[in-house]
Design a binder for this molecule. Structure first.
Ligand SMILES: C[S@@+](CC[C@H](N)C(=O)[O-])C[C@H]1O[C@@H](n2cnc3c(N)ncnc32)[C@H](O)[C@@H]1O
Length: 213
């Protein structure tokens, strides 16, 4: 059967009702529930996290510099590597989790810089703050917030990084609007993320768990 998106409201309603598609609010809920379980350690990634990070371009030095508990194997690239944070810069990491990339960037910006991690999950923020305090990071802040409504003032950032988070948003246009609002003129972005090369099957699209992975 060929389903044409953009069909009239009644047909769309029937398709949603039969579980062919998920509505944005349900997708958002599944993503938030997915990461809540990870934040509360009810679930975790079943790979060797150091090996995964090496395969994503993190060096041995990077891995040794990540404080214990901050890396969870949730990234899909190394945005700091391309973004190259410099001493004194203000940097933000969208969807910072437990702060792995925040802590790495914090070394690069030094005492005169600042790295802000933003995450919608309070447990992630709480844990990242705990790790920062235990390890004496004075130039990091972790703010609870959504990437669609950044808790950052206009024209603030020299560099914005994000590791495998924007794909999770149901309103990517709004995320990019926010990114351009908070960047200073001449500010840089370095985003690692996943993109679809082809359409997913209907079976995958209606699986709520797939939206968080
Ligand atoms: C794939 S994990 C990446 C975590 C981190 N960047 C890393 O590499 O370890 C996604 C993170 O984004 C957060 N997140 C998901 N949707 C979000 C949103 N709309 N706004 C802010 N954070 C979000 C989740 O709570 C989770 O911590």
């Amino acid at each position: 059967m060929i389903l044409k998106i953009g069909c009239n409201k009644i047909i769309k309603k029937r398709l949603f009702g039969r579980g062919f598609f998920m509505e944005k609010k349900d997708i958002k809920k599944s993503v938030y529930d997915f990461y809540d379980k990870i934040a509360k350690e009810k679930e975790k990634v079943s790979v060797d996290v150091d090996k995964l990070n090496k395969s994503l371009g993190y060096t041995n030095e990077d891995i040794n510099n990540i404080p214990k508990g901050a890396q969870m194997g949730l990234g899909c690239g190394n945005p700091k590597e391309r973004g190259k944070p410099r001493p004194g810069e203000i940097v933000a990491d969208l969807g910072s989790g437990r702060g792995m990339d925040v802590f790495l960037a914090s070394k690069a910006v030094g005492d005169t810089g600042l790295v802000i991690g933003i995450d919608s999950n309070y447990k992630m923020i709480e844990k990242a703050r705990e790790i920062a305090s235990k390890n004496g990071f004075k130039n990091t802040e972790f703010r609870l917030g959504e990437i669609e409504h950044l808790p950052i003032g206009d024209n603030t950032l020299d560099l914005l990084i994000s590791n495998c988070v924007i794909n999770l948003s149901t309103d990517k246009q709004q995320v990019y609007k926010e990114i351009y609002r908070v960047l200073k003129q001449g500010g840089r972005i370095s985003i690692s993320d996943i993109m679809l090369k082809r359409e997913l099957s209907e079976q995958i699209k209606k699986d709520p768990n797939i939206y968080g992975t």
